[in-house]
Design a protein around this ligand. Structure first.
Ligand code: PLP
Length: 409
């Protein structure tokens, strides 16, 4: 029996009410983002990982209100390109708060970043490192190592990025020779990583590299743990507190002297999804419901947005978003859920049966919960003519104004 999705399993009640109220005002498709949720997530993460510097991964949701909020909360930022860098510099974020976290970058872009004052770069290859040494002399460098965990991350990153620890050592030594400052090691265990143990095995690799470099007389001081902390989708994960407790324990076990403050250690995290995912709801509407044969059991539900317009993370049915419909009727799992474009890849769920109300009709709304990350900025600019979706930003009414409302009402 399919279980009805309860939005309150995914949002705080007040946040959800505010988002729904906003959603009722607009024509679909669009995204509503609650800035208060992001603020709460940020503050919670600061508390869970004390002493760790948060570099928000801008790509998860690069909207200006999100960046301005995090700027005001004191966050640092991890950028993938000079374009993201410009957005941040444009709202007054100082370059010391920005890290150039993409291992793939043109020389011209490294030069540009350097000119703008960026001095913290990642690399995982010799060619890129040599480019950085020339275009951004004396900058601080961290080398990204590959991590396992592709099987337990819903959106794995591991194969494309990072190198073997032995190569990382070669690169750290080379960086010093090239006049750069080798400051540490980074990794990303894969986005929406459900197995906390992957941090343990990866931190052990970092320890190995730290030991080696210390013996070479070039001690490292920086660990960049990347992203990977989860948002709440259908597949359950542990809570943030559990991740924090476990990851902190792995760090303390592998870096006891550093934690006793006998040796310097700077720890960085680059959360994206875990900060903003739970702050969004994507509102869509059913355009068409059809059957593919006279006697077929399956029904195809076509929505007004799809893979090319915000839901790209359903590719391979990787991210399983909880779907909420207001209809109170019983649920049915005979639905294939697809997008509106003339492209056969534009099917969100065919093999994974995400239940919908049996009595769903054309015009019914379908809300995609936990969709604040990797949606709005991940839209095509006009594939099939459909424009990128709008985002509306909300904050919860202040307790004062609530009281005033009640008083007047
Ligand atoms: C995408 C990305 C992140 C954010 O990952 P999440 O899993 O969304 O938290 C962090 N660091 C780097 C280098 C990234 O590419």
């Amino acid at each position: 029996m399919a279980i009805r999705c309860n939005p309150l399993d995914y949002y705080e009640a007040g946040d959800w009410q505010t988002m729904l109220r906003e959603a009722e005002k607009h024509e679909t498709p669009f995204l509503v983002v609650n800035l208060d949720t992001i603020k709460r997530n940020y503050l919670k993460m600061k508390k869970c990982f004390p002493g760790t510097t948060i570099y928000y991964a801008v790509k998860a949701n690069p909207a200006l209100p999100v960046l301005e909020l995090l700027r005001d909360l004191g966050s640092c930022f991890d950028v993938a390109s000079t374009y993201e860098m410009d957005r941040l510099l444009g709202i007054g974020v100082s370059p010391e708060r920005i890290s150039y976290g993409n291992i793939v970058k043109k020389v011209a872009h490294i030069e540009y970043a350097y000119e703008k004052g960026i001095r913290l770069f990642v690399s995982d290859s010799e060619a890129d490192l040599r480019n950085i040494a020339i275009a951004a002399p004396k900058s601080r460098i961290f080398i990204r190592i590959s991590a396992e965990g592709a099987d337990t991350a819903d959106w794995p990153l591991s194969r494309k990025f990072g190198c073997h620890p032995d190569l990382a050592i070669d690169l750290l030594l080379l960086a010093q020779k090239l006049g750069l400052t080798s400051c540490g090691v980074s990794f990303h265990v894969g986005s929406q990583q459900r197995d906390i143990g992957v941090w343990d095995s990866t931190i052990a690799k970092v320890r190995y590299i730290f030991n080696y470099m210390r013996e070479e007389g070039m001690p490292l001081t920086l660990i960049n743990m990347g992203g990977g902390l989860p948002a709440r989708y259908i597949n359950k994960t542990c809570e943030m507190d559990t991740y924090a407790q476990e990851i902190t324990r792995y760090l303390q076990e592998d870096f006891p002297e550093e934690f006793a403050e006998k040796k310097p250690l700077e720890i960085i995290m680059e959360p994206g999804r875990s900060l903003v995912g739970g702050a969004g709801v994507l509102a869509t509407e059913v355009v068409l419901i059809s059957q593919k044969s006279r006697v077929g059991v399956d029904r195809w539900v076509y929505l007004d947005t799809g893979i090319f317009n915000g839901l790209i993370e359903t590719l391979n049915e990787n991210i399983k978003y909880p779907l909420y419909c207001e209809s109170p009727g019983p649920l049915n799992e005979n639905f294939v859920i697809a997008g509106p474009t003339c492209d056969s890849q534009d099917i969100m769920y065919e093999f994974f049966r995400n239940p919908l109300p049996q009595n769903i009709t054309i015009g019914s709304r379908v809300y995609w919960l936990t969709s604040g990350a990797y949606t709005a900025s991940y839209c095509s600019v006009g594939f099939n003519g459909f424009p990128p979706i709008e985002t509306y930003f909300v904050s919860n009414p202040k307790p004062d104004s609530l009281e005033a409302e009640n008083f007047n009402g």
